[in-house]
Write a protein that binds this ligand. Structure first.
Ligand SMILES: Cc1cc2nc3c(=O)[nH]c(=O)nc-3n(C[C@H](O)[C@H](O)[C@H](O)COP(=O)(O)OP(=O)(O)OC[C@H]3O[C@@H](n4cnc5c(N)ncnc54)[C@H](O)[C@@H]3O)c2cc1C
Length: 289
């Protein structure tokens, strides 16, 4: 088995031995409280979004599924000050929503097929369990927050922090910093495959200077990387003075690409370098720089 799969399945706490497949429990609770109770009272139960990860490579190796479909979490709400995307909104919902920022809907539309887009949810994507993601780097580049349910109450925290803390059930992903400049690039071996590497950059510009930059890379080594060195290089810079080679040198310090069947670490580093170049070029063309 490929290392990426092994790491992912271990992180998801799949059962080492498949449980009796005929006896996988299934619940579709109608309240957040019931969903959380089922999760805390039953070790080996998992929240079920679209099931593209949980059902991938055979029946789920879990004791029970808590389907989130009856929790009314599938809406997308767009106002001038914020965007709230419900956890069970599908990737196709995001791809097809004309009111969302372009980078977001474009990234969602790049998922490998419409079948996967129709199943996979925004909540399932935001958990960052898959070893590469089209959408997660873009959400991070927007400094997205998540609303989550834990301890019988809702709370909000930055998505970047949730990926470390992994608190409770994600109810929605919230974008408040809609003024941010965001661009991304991704690389695929074939159109119907998932991507090899996805790179996204987001920042604010004030007085011609970059503020609060974010450089997010998915696919290099399993978990998404938020490059602190890349962000430190960009922060406070006059946007027109970015040296892409220097940015690349900074970002490469923070990624440790792993060898996979599709690409060597050297190839992955090369892709990241070309993504950074392309993103900076694209933002220049848009007149952001
Ligand atoms: C064949 C295939 C092709 C793919 N192609 C692409 C691609 O092109 N681009 C790409 O980016 N990704 C791709 N993926 C990965 C895909 O993004 C993820 O599988 C998907 O986004 C996960 O969403 P889901 O709703 O299906 O998650 P599920 O499988 O339902 O759940 C995944 C994990 O997240 C947990 N979870 C789900 N919802 C929540 C929630 N609201 N709160 C807390 N935990 C939750 C579950 O318990 C589980 O641990 C592909 C996957 C497959 C199997």
């Amino acid at each position: 088995m490929n290392d990426e799969y092994t790491r992912m399945e271990a992180e998801m706490e799949f059962e080492p031995q498949p449980p009796d497949k005929k006896n996988v429990a299934y619940y579709a609770p109608a309240t957040l409280e019931d969903a959380e109770r089922l999760k805390t009272e039953n070790p080996g139960f998992h929240y079920l979004g679209g099931g593209t990860i949980l059902n991938w490579r055979g029946s789920p190796r879990v004791k029970g599924l808590i389907d989130l479909k009856s929790l009314s979490l599938s809406g997308i709400e767009v106002t001038s000050s914020q965007i709230i995307i419900g956890a069970t909104a599908t990737i196709q919902d995001v791809a097809g929503c004309a009111d969302l920022p372009k980078p977001l809907s474009l990234a969602a539309g790049l998922f490998s097929s419409k079948n996967v887009r129709n199943m996979a949810t925004v909540g399932g994507t935001a958990t960052g369990k898959f070893f590469v993601s089209d959408l997660l780097p873009v959400l991070l580049a927007y400094n997205a927050d998540v609303e989550y349910f834990q301890g019988q109450a809702k709370a909000v925290m930055p998505l970047a922090q949730w990926l470390n803390d992994r608190r409770g059930m994600i109810c929605s992903v919230i974008l408040r910093q809609l003024q941010r400049s965001v661009a991304f690039k991704q690389e695929k071996i074939s159109k119907i495959d998932f991507p090899l590497i996805v790179t996204a950059i987001g920042w604010d510009i004030a007085d011609k200077q970059i503020h609060d930059p974010c450089v997010a890379i998915s696919g290099a080594s399993g978990k998404i990387v938020l490059s602190q060195s890349g962000a430190a290089y960009l922060a406070g810079k006059d946007a027109s003075a970015i040296d892409v080679d220097a940015l690349n040198a900074a970002v490469q310090q923070d990624v440790q690409p792993t060898e996979t069947i599709k690409a060597s670490p050297r190839v992955k580093r090369g892709i990241i370098a070309s993504h950074l170049q392309g993103i900076v070029r694209e933002l220049r063309k848009e007149g952001t720089l």
